[in-house]
Structure formats: C-alpha cells, structure tokens
Design a protein around this ligand. Structure first.
Ligand code: C2E
Ligand code: MG
Ligand code: MG
Ligand code: MG
Length: 293
C-alpha cells in the first residue's frame, strides 16, 4: 500500500499503524486465551460491620492470574479490556468465581457473608445477559440472592438513570441488592437517587483519606451517612487505612468499613481463613470514642 502511494511519510504511517494493530491483536489474543483458561478470578476484600464488629461481607475484585506473566493488576487490564469489548466476559468470569466461593462459605456455615461484584455501565445497560447469568449462578450454586450485591459506580448510574432504575428493580425483585460505588465523585441528582432500588451507598475513598484532618471531608462523610440513613440505605466507607478513620466513621454511625486496615483484597483461601479465625484482636471494636451518636 505504501509503495503504491510512493511517499516516505505514508510508508512510515502505515508501518506505525501496523505496529499498533499488531500490539492490539496480541493483547486481544492474550485476553481471549486467558478467558478460555479461566485466568480471571476474584480476590475478596472483607467488609467490617461497625455495630457488631464482625465481617459481614466482601467485595470481589478482578485479578488476572496469567500463566505467562503472573499477576496483572486491574488498573492495567480493565481499561484495555473495555477498549476491546472483552470487559463483560471478564466480569462474568469474576462474578461466577465470586458466587462460587461465597456459596461455599455459606455451605460451610461461616456466617451470612455477602459478596459485592462490580458491574460496568455497559453490562447494566444491556442487562438481559447479566440477569440471566445472575439467575443461573444463584440457582446452580444454591446461593441465597440476598447474599449477592451488584456495585454500579455513581457516574454510570447517573449516566442513564431511567435504565439503571429499571435494572435495579429487576434485581430487587429477585432479592439481589444493588449499591452505588464511589459515591460522592459523580453528579447525583437526589430526586433520581431516591427512586433507585438500592441497598447501600459506598463512600469513595478520596473523602475517607483525610477525614481526620480535613473538616470538609469529615463534613462530606457525615452528610453522606446521614443522607443514606434518611433514605433507609446502609453505608460503607471504602479505603479505611487507620484506626482514627475507623473511629470517626463509627462515631458518625457509618454501618460498614472496607480498607487496608481490615485487610487488602485477599485470595479466596486467605479470605476463608479470615472467616474461620475471625478478625485479629487489634481490630476488635471497643466503646465508641469521639463525637456522640
Ligand atoms: P473499586 O470498586 O472502587 O474498588 C476498590 C479499589 O480500592 C480496589 O482496587 C481496592 O484494592 C482498593 N482499595 C481497597 N482498600 C483500600 C485502601 O485502604 N487504600 C487504598 N489506597 N486502596 C484501597 P483494585 O482492586 O485495583 O480495583 C480498582 C477498580 O477496578 C475498582 O474500584 C473497580 O472499579 C474496578 N474493578 C475491579 N474489579 C472489577 C470487576 O470485576 N468488574 C468491573 N467492572 N470493575 C472492576
Ligand atoms: Mg467497587
Ligand atoms: Mg469503590
Ligand atoms: Mg473507589
């Protein structure tokens, strides 16, 4: 092609395009292969209930355990998978893995441990497939629907609120919960929010980070907690890394926390060990300190 057109510039151009096309093909090919090999799995980050001091659930986070390249972090493969249209297949693999482990913990009598799975805006948009997969997973694994929760980011929920609301209702009818992830980072319309069939709001970790130093962040966290409770929703704070953050959130009656203080996202067997042994003594909750409830 470059030869026909004769110019050096067009030659370079097509060469570069060829390189790029090649790179994309390789990565696409690798991801397809990884899907066939079931290399996309769930790791589990525990969620601590601040009233009972117990682990009550987990968030499933996608991990690529590549036989060729070891662990590839989600920040690297999720954007690429989105670009190639493979994200849905990957998330389905993660959802099924997450449900499998959660059903096992339920069978083992380790408590009513729920699992929250991240759902992309696109999956929520074309919800038919998602609904079918969830139904199949629940029946074949005998997982109680109330133990499953689907996380949708605030921005994808508000991107198409009519549809989000319809799909949330579909899941609510089944007993499956929905929650809004990264709450506070998007542009929520409160009139829309109140019409959603939700179980939970998750406070984005950017507000939790400086909650004990920045009065504004503290005010935002308290306001989100109060609003969630007024709407009859549970609230979970993400990215809790210190006991001071936990104490503040607890003083404001936040329901649950998730973060490195409790545990990093754990491989399933380590999550199971944690559920079996219970949380370490250093995390046992004492009387509430700080502001009164
Ligand atoms: P997210 O849903 O907001 O997940 C929380 C992220 O915060 C996770 O990153 C988790 O490891 C990290 N994190 C948890 N506790 C702490 C903490 O105390 N401090 C700090 N600094 N970070 C903490 P991860 O696993 O890298 O996932 C990143 C994002 O990728 C997730 O954000 C989620 O949006 C997306 N993601 C992960 N798995 C899936 C999936 O299966 N499907 C979809 N659609 N998205 C996924
Ligand atoms: Mg999430
Ligand atoms: Mg989140
Ligand atoms: Mg987040």
């Amino acid at each position: 092609l470059a030869k026909d057109q004769g110019g050096g510039i067009s030659h370079m151009f097509t060469h570069e395009m060829g390189e790029r096309a090649n790179r994309i093909l390789t990565m696409r090919h690798r991801m397809r292969l990884a899907l066939e090999r079931n290399e996309f799995v769930a790791h589990f980050q525990p969620q601590l209930d601040l009233r009972t001091g117990r682990i009550v659930g987990s968030e499933a986070l996608a991990r690529w355990e590549s036989t060729d390249d070891g662990q590839i972090p989600p920040g690297e493969f999720i954007p690429i998978a989105e670009e190639y249209g493979l994200i849905d297949d990957i998330c389905i693999q993660v959802l099924e893995d997450a449900c499998r482990w959660t059903a096992r913990w339920n069978r083992l009598g380790l408590g009513d441990i729920s699992v929250a799975v991240n759902i992309s805006g696109r999956q929520f948009h074309d919800a038919q497939q998602l609904v079918e997969i969830v139904d199949t997973a629940l029946t074949t694994l005998k997982l109680p629907p109330t133990l499953l929760e689907l996380e949708l980011t605030e921005s994808s929920a508000m991107n198409d609120p009519e549809n989000a609301s319809r799909v949330m209702r579909l899941f609510a009818e089944r007993g499956v919960g929905c929650s809004i992830d990264d709450f506070g980072t998007g542009y929520s319309s409160l009139s829309v929010l109140k019409r959603f069939s939700l179980r939970k709001l998750k406070i984005d970790r950017s507000f939790v980070r400086d909650v004990t130093q920045e009065a504004n962040d503290a005010a935002i966290c308290s306001a989100i907690i109060a609003m969630a409770h007024a709407l009859n929703l549970k609230v979970c704070a993400e990215g809790v890394e210190t006991l001071e953050q936990l104490d503040y959130l607890r003083s404001q009656s936040c329901d649950q926390v998730q973060g490195y203080l409790i545990a990093r996202p754990l491989p399933p067997q380590e999550m199971e060990d944690l559920l079996t042994r219970g949380i370490p003594a250093s995390l046992r909750l004492g009387p509430v300190r700080g502001a009164p409830r």
